[in-house]
Design a protein around this ligand. Sequence first.
Ligand SMILES: C[S@@+](CC[C@H](N)C(=O)[O-])C[C@H]1O[C@@H](n2cnc3c(N)ncnc32)[C@H](O)[C@@H]1O
Length: 154
Amino acid sequence: MTRNSSDNAYLLDNQQAEAGERFAALSALFDPSTFRHFETVGVGAGWRCWEVGAGGPTVPAWLAERVGPAGHVVATDIDTSWMREAAGYEVLRHDVAAQAPPEGGPFDLIHARLVLVHVADRDQALRSMAEALRPGGWLVVEDGDPALLPQICP
Ligand SMILES: C[S@@+](CC[C@H](N)C(=O)[O-])C[C@H]1O[C@@H](n2cnc3c(N)ncnc32)[C@H](O)[C@@H]1O
């Protein structure tokens, strides 16, 4: 079956078979630098983490291993098809711009990678994430600026 963009409000939705390949590619490209950021802020045993718009499993799995049994990781997404709860983290279907933060906070770390660029009400999403942090906790946002694309790919 062929799909076109009018079939779906979200062009890159996670129901497509290619989504798994896309998440694997994002992971290969960006996980090393993401994990360096986590090391820099000191993610460690016992931390409570919220992975926003997780998509695939690699980031929440890394966090779950790092925080260990004393910590907690919740991975949220509007479509959780590509995550497995058995991997040691909680999986929750959740819209970061429309719903209150998940239970389990306040969080030591909240991370969103390549998510806000897809969210229309990103002010609300940012506010919600900031409010779910413990005092002194870390909000790590990694995102792209589509306005730069024409300069990178002329
Ligand atoms: C480009 S993917 C990035 C996935 C993952 N963060 C990564 O870097 O590999 C964007 C993800 O954001 C999710 N997403 C889009 N809008 C969202 C929203 N309002 N709330 C939560 N997740 C959302 C999508 O379902 C998708 O899994």
